[in-house]
Design a protein around this ligand. Sequence first.
Ligand code: FAD
Ligand code: SF4
Length: 397
Amino acid sequence: MTSLSPHKKAKALKPSSRRPAKELCSECGLCDTYYIHYVKQACAFINQQIDKLEEQTHTRARNFDNSDELYFGVHQDMMAARKKEPVPGAQWTGIVSTIAIEMLNRGIVEGVVCVQNTKEDRFQPMPIIARTPEEILAARVNKPTLSPNLSVLQQVEKSGMKRLLVIGVGCQIQALRAVEKQLGLEKLYVLGTPCVDNVNRAGLQKFLETTSKSPDTVVHYEFMQDFRVHFKHEDGSTETVPFFGLKTNKLKDVFAPSCMSCFDYVNSLADLVVGYMGAPFGWQWIMVRNETGQQMLDLVTDQLETGPVMSKGDRTAAVQQSIPAYDKGVTLPMWAAKLMGVVIEKIGPKGLEYARFSIDSHFTRNYLYVKRNHPEKLDAHVPGFAKRIVEQYKLPE
Ligand code: FAD
Ligand code: SF4
């Protein structure tokens, strides 16, 4: 008689039950499966262990003395890229969906964990294991809401699948890496995106209503490298709102507590990361973290236009100024916000320096949040690389 893996005796939590990470839960989905058995080690908000998992995944630790690694994590290559023929309706040019489709079509994986939306609500996440290119395509575009991607993991083990691709954001991938060896897979591939400032569905509604002129017709949005939020509407029109014009006082509580205490913006544990913020405007930003990531990228290079990453400007003064402004909830009048947007776009940080600007402003804000709301967690929860980054700035008490 074969003995049952210990997790198979565990019971998933009911949707209404309070999660072990309490208010810090990012609804990653692990606790919706019997892998809840491992939650105390695996949850990104109970047991931050990026350093250990980086070594496990990439076979070496992040080099803090190399500025690019300190900020962007372990990587062997980095580039700007865009699809020669963009995928219609994708968040950017659809590099993520294209890699997933190639991996499935070529039989490299048998299934892809990704997130579609429900029929009723384009922003309500619905994680699935896609087994056809059509199902992957239907998951394109960001669901800018906390998404329980790992809730489908139990189905993976039950289906007997041996080669799997998981697409996800940092907190999901941290928990996934912690239980990776329990999934019964021969090979796990991880395609990550950066992630920041996520919200629950109610929070998203408040953000849209506070910021967009037509909240009900927004199809997708992005905080872009030109220091503006770009909203795309159903009729194809684009609305832009300068970052400095956001109603910070009303939006302070909108972001999920998990995202206010997250330091894995760049998805340190994925094999390959596809974002945008380190690339010139209109381009995507690719980080190859290890050999598996390189193999994934190789599948689509003939469909991509690629270029080098660049870095221009100096972010530090802008970050230092943003710290008390956010803390006090300062909102500029729209004319001043627009003017500031134009000036900063002309002389402000670009390329990798823009990415560092975004990382610095979020890490300093999040460090203060954890210090004030969960002081007992501060030391263990903030990874070493984030402490180094935050130390560069003067923070209010
Ligand atoms: P597509 O081909 O459109 O595919 C998108 C994929 O994302 C789909 O496969 C889908 O399964 C997955 N997905 C959608 N929503 C979620 C979710 N909530 N959780 C997990 N997976 C999801 N990049 C940056 O450089 N800087 C940022 O600040 C940044 N913030 C982000 C915030 C959020 C909430 C998300 C989900 C992504 C963010 N990204 C950020 C990544 C970026 O917006 C694009 O997703 C990425 O560049 C891929 O674009 P694409 O056109 O290749 O993706
Ligand atoms: Fe469970 Fe994930 Fe929430 Fe942690 S973040 S408590 S692992 S659902």
